[in-house]
Design a protein around this ligand. Structure first.
Ligand SMILES: *Cc1c(COP(=O)(O)O)cnc(C)c1O
Length: 461
């Protein structure tokens, strides 16, 4: 039987009314959006689970920080507050704010890699893969094989396959591997955590071959919470201690602060001690983002980000946060709906391949379920599967993803238990008529990051 709901460690002070459309209206809206949930208007969505990125509810302290933000062009006090906070939490010498995670990738990756080189990751997030390719290099995913079996419950399904990593380094030559990136939690594998032991072993291999080791740190706090729950020897450590240890093994990090630091916009580059690299980063930040001390953000953003860095590490908050995922997953267990299990940190990744065995990967089962969820209950989600993966950049052929997920990404501190019940009830209703759901074909697509913009149409057979 299901899991108990962990009560919220906060109360509501401000509310936002949401529009409720009829099923007929929703069917019309999704057709007008060319069956791409990214093309829907936010106001036409009842429960928005498109992403947990930048959709978080800030605290009263963060909103107070917005008012205190120092908008000086250079040397704002909010900048120094952010830098000192981040240096203290991560133990890195150099911190560069940027406007979001992909900006951190753009600033850093152009300095790390070029033509003929590779980036190896436990899994590249889509923008991470795009920036590797834009820098002229190629991205190789190297996650443990359990990650592609949604039914297999292992504690650290986001881990790097360290044996394969070493084999890949030997196959291509260490000088061709520009960087090894550890994504925590492993977003594309379903928000699955990475163990500290795995980070340590990966770092050891990087050191052995003289390869730089970077953490893609979007969900470092959720990852640390899982380490505390699941990894031997960490139960009595604080989240802060676990975070510090994890970052101590890497040379640098890129971070989308729109996730675990509970703000609406922001990102960071962290460099442990390489001063030359930091100087080069500053140059690229000025060209792409803005002056070093604001990096594409307002002073008020820097201020609320500094506060969010601490709030995101609060254990009562993390227990409630992960508890929401576990509650939803428990309801799906009761209904026999498959998902990437055990449930990850920032959402439930429903196994659309299991729900629609009649829809092949090139007709995008994950996208089909996303469309059904919107029609059924006004819930907006997205595909994490072959539709998102896109085409081989060299041949232009559709790639086949290891899994076909529909991601219900849960924004932080935004939705309540009854919203979570709406999600579970909608999935149960769709499962009952699953054999009637059709696949989709692409009618237009841009060359890169196509899932954000592509147009689709139902396949009529
Ligand atoms: C969100 C995310 C990014 C990109 O960050 P943006 O802030 O969306 O630009 C990179 N890597 C991972 C793992 C992410 O989840």
């Amino acid at each position: 039987m299901g899991v108990n709901y962990v009560p919220e460690p906060f109360r509501i002070k401000m509310v936002e009314t949401i529009k409720m459309l009829s099923r007929e209206e929703r069917e019309q809206k999704i057709a007008e959006a060319k069956y791409n949930t990214f093309n829907l208007k936010g106001e036409d969505v009842y429960i928005d689970l498109l992403t947990d990125s930048g959709t978080n509810a800030m605290s009263q302290e963060q909103w107070a920080g917005v008012m205190r933000g120092d908008e000086a062009y250079a040397g704002a006090s909010s900048y120094y507050k952010l830098i000192e906070t981040a240096q203290e939490i991560f133990g890195y010498k150099y911190i560069q704010p940027v406007h979001q995670g992909r900006a951190a990738e753009k600033v850093l990756f152009g300095l790390l890699m070029g033509e003929g080189q590779y980036s190896i990751s436990n899994m590249h997030f889509d923008t991470t893969r795009a920036h590797v390719e834009l820098a002229g290099a190629r991205a190789i995913d190297c996650v443990v094989p359990e990650a592609s079996n949604p039914a297999k419950r292992v504690p650290f399904k986001g881990n790097m396959d360290v044996e394969k990593l070493e084999a890949l380094i030997n196959e291509h030559g260490a000088d061709k591997i520009a960087v090894v990136i550890m994504t925590v939690t492993n977003n594309s594998a379903g928000g699955q955590p990475v163990s500290i032991q795995n980070v340590r072993e990966t770092a050891k291999i990087c050191k052995k071959y003289g390869i730089r080791f970077c953490i893609d740190a979007a969900r470092y706090a959720e990852n640390a919470y899982f380490v505390k729950q699941r990894e031997e020897g960490y139960a009595d450590k604080s989240i802060k201690e676990i975070v510090k240890e994890m970052f101590s093994y890497a040379d640098m990090f890129t971070m989308s602060a729109k996730k675990d630091t509970i703000v609406n916009m922001g990102g960071l580059v962290g460099i442990k001690e390489d001063e030359k690299l930091y100087q080069a980063c500053k140059g690229r930040t000025i060209s792409f983002e803005g002056f070093v001390t604001y990096g594409g953000l307002s002073g008020r953003d820097l201020e609320s980000l500094a506060i969010g860095l601490h709030e995101g590490l609060d254990e009562n908050y993390l227990r409630y946060r992960i508890g929401q995922m576990e509650y939803l997953a428990g309801r799906l267990d009761d209904a026999g709906i498959a998902y990437q299990s055990p449930v990850g940190g920032h959402g439930v990744f429903v196994d659309a391949k299991a729900m629609f065995p009649h829809i092949p990967y090139y007709e995008f089962p994950g996208q089909a379920l996303a469309i059904e969820l919107y029609k059924e209950a006004g819930i907006r989600t997205c595909d994490i599967g072959s539709f998102m993966l896109g085409n081989n950049p060299d041949t232009g052929k559709q790639l086949k993803a290891n899994f076909e997920f529909t991601r219900l990404a849960i924004p932080r501190r935004v939705y309540t238990q009854s919203h979570i019940d709406v999600m579970a009830n909608a999935l149960i209703a769709i499962k009952e008529k699953a054999n009637k759901v059709k696949g989709y074909k692409i009618t237009w697509e841009p060359p890169i990051l196509r899932h954000f913009q592509a147009h689709l149409a139902p396949v009529e057979k």
